[in-house]
Structure formats: structure tokens, C-alpha cells
Design a protein around this ligand. Structure first.
Ligand code: APR
Length: 262
């Protein structure tokens, strides 16, 4: 993942319709509609998990180069583990909010027609009962060996020192850092190609490739030959707002329940 867009996101822009969420009708999903939902840190904010770029966000107190990059890991792995140990300890007690629960309900209705892709490494979608979550930036409650072929494993341990694998190499958090390739990009691309409705919830639109998904959806027509609908939900317009048809302003816990009708 990276901060800079691959090309200017402002080419081929239009003005989104931006208003408080209550000014919009629910999105009426047709019986075969495919929905792609991308969630960011904002959906977990009301559950007590800090975002990155808001006031008091994680990147105000930490340099992401130090704690979320391969260079930072190689310079000071113990510092990186202290950062993720603290985040594990905080996240373990957090509970899903009405936005996570609404998406889990939607999955029960739509099944595989809902593709939920999250940039979040917390497990609040799963705690809400969501069965198929694609964690493109990894999972906080998993670790992996940085060297051998051992599969990523469940791990809630808040390590005080850098743990070692049986093979002798360091165990690292199962997190995608800046400069690394997000997970599941092939599946994500297929779902972007197939969706009729694309919704981003609670993401600043500053980190790519996720911030470019809306642009990819806009560049094609949906399965029924019509342009896909693109919506943003959050308290303020994101950096890539110009790519969306609508920005529905509000907190996720207020604006996501009732967002769809089926
Ligand atoms: N409901 C909805 N959105 C909210 C809420 C809320 N209650 N509170 C804050 N937000 C919005 C903010 O307005 C902001 O646009 O959530 C967004 C959070 O933005 P970031 O902190 O930048 O988080 P995100 O976009 O998910 O970051 C992307 O960057 O640092 C990396 O890997 C990290 O996955 C992360 C990626």
C-alpha cells in the first residue's frame, strides 16, 4: 500500500452530491444486485478503535515509517511489536457497533452478492457475525514467520520482546505495511469488476490501492449495462470525494443502519 495515487485522482472528476445522510433515500437493491463495501478505520471509531489520520489518530503519535514499514521493522522490530502489542490489547475488548452489525445482517440477506473488503486489521466485522471478510491490510490478531512457509496463525499475545519462530526467524505481525502489496488483490479486482453498487465507509481516501477502487468502478458499466452507483459514508468528504456519486455525511453507527433496502 502507498500514500500517493498511481495517477492524478482528479482527472475525470465530477461533483458528488454531498449532504447529511438523512437527506438521502435508502439504496434500493435489486434482487440480483452485487454490492462491494470497502470499510476503513472510521467504521470502528465508535467501537473505541483509533483512526490514523483524524485528530488524536495513531499517526499523530507514531511515524508510520517507524512502525508500519519494512524499513521500520528492520531498524527496530521491538518498537514495531510494542506498537502492535498495544493495539492488540486495546482491540481485544472492543465490540462491534451498529454499522458492523448492519453489514453482517446485509450479508445474511445477500450472501455472496455482498463483497466486504476492509482496510481494518481489527476483527469487529467478524465479531458482528460477518462470515466473509477480506482483510486487504492483514489482521491484528494474527502473526506469521517472516521467513519460513508456516501459515499465518491466530495470535493475541501482546509480546514484550520480538518472538521467534521454530525455524529461528522473527515472527512479525500479519499486517500489510507501507511499501507492501495488499492481500487478495485478484479477488478484489474481480469483485470491483462485478459490482453494481460500491460503498466506502469511514476511510480518508489517502491510501492506495484502496482509495483508487472507486475510480476503477466508475471506469466501467455494471452487470446490467448501467453505471455502478458509488457512495461514500462518513462524517466528512474523503480526499477522493470527487470520484463518488454521493457523499452521505454522518457517523457510521448512525448512517449505515438503514442505508440499504432489499
Ligand atoms: N464513522 C465514519 N467515519 C468516520 C468516523 C465515524 N464514526 N470517525 C471518523 N471517520 C472517518 C474520518 O472522517 C476519516 O475520513 O474515518 C476516516 C479515517 O481515515 P484514516 O484514519 O485515514 O483511516 P483509513 O482511511 O482507514 O486508513 C487507510 O492507512 O495507515 C493506513 O493501513 C492503514 O488501513 C489504514 C489505511
Amino acid at each position: 500500500m502507498r500514500m500517493a495515487p498511481p495517477t492524478s485522482p482528479r482527472s475525470s472528476t465530477r461533483s458528488p452530491r454531498t449532504a447529511p445522510f438523512a437527506a438521502f433515500a435508502p439504496v434500493a437493491l435489486t434482487p440480483r444486485a452485487r454490492v462491494f463495501v470497502l470499510t476503513g478505520a472510521g467504521i470502528s471509531a465508535e467501537s473505541g478503535i483509533r483512526t490514523f489520520r483524524d485528530a488524536n489518530g495513531l499517526w499523530e503519535q507514531h511515524r508510520f515509517e517507524d512502525v508500519a514499514s519494512p524499513e521500520g521493522w528492520n531498524a527496530d522490530a521491538a518498537l514495531v511489536w510494542r506498537f502492535y502489542a498495544e493495539r492488540r490489547a486495546q482491540a481485544v475488548a472492543c465490540q462491534p457497533n451498529p454499522a458492523h452489525r448492519e453489514l453482517a445482517d446485509l450479508e445474511r440477506t445477500l450472501g455472496a452478492r455482498l463483497f466486504l473488503c476492509t482496510q481494518n486489521v481489527d476483527d469487529l466485522h467478524e465479531k458482528a457475525g460477518h462470515g466473509r471478510v477480506v482483510h486487504m491490510h492483514g489482521e491484528l490478531m494474527k502473526s506469521r514467520c517472516e521467513s519460513c512457509s508456516r501459515a499465518p496463525f491466530d495470535d493475541v499475545e501482546p509480546y514484550a520482546a520480538v518472538p521467534r519462530c521454530e525455524c529461528g526467524a522473527r515472527i512479525r505481525p500479519h499486517i500489510v505495511w507501507f511499501g507492501e502489496e495488499p492481500f487478495a488483490m485478484d479477488r478484489i479486482q474481480q469483485a470491483l469488476d462485478a459490482c453494481d453498487v460500491f460503498v466506502t465507509i469511514g476511510s480518508s481516501g489517502a491510501v492506495y490501492p484502496a482509495a483508487g477502487f472507486v475510480r476503477a468502478v466508475r471506469a466501467r458499466v455494471s452487470g446490467d449495462g448501467k453505471p455502478a452507483t458509488t457512495l461514500y459514508v462518513g462524517p466528512e468528504e474523503p480526499d477522493n470525494a470527487a470520484m463518488f456519486d454521493e457523499c452521505r455525511l454522518g457517523l457510521a453507527g448512525d448512517a449505515v443502519p438503514g442505508l440499504f433496502t432489499t
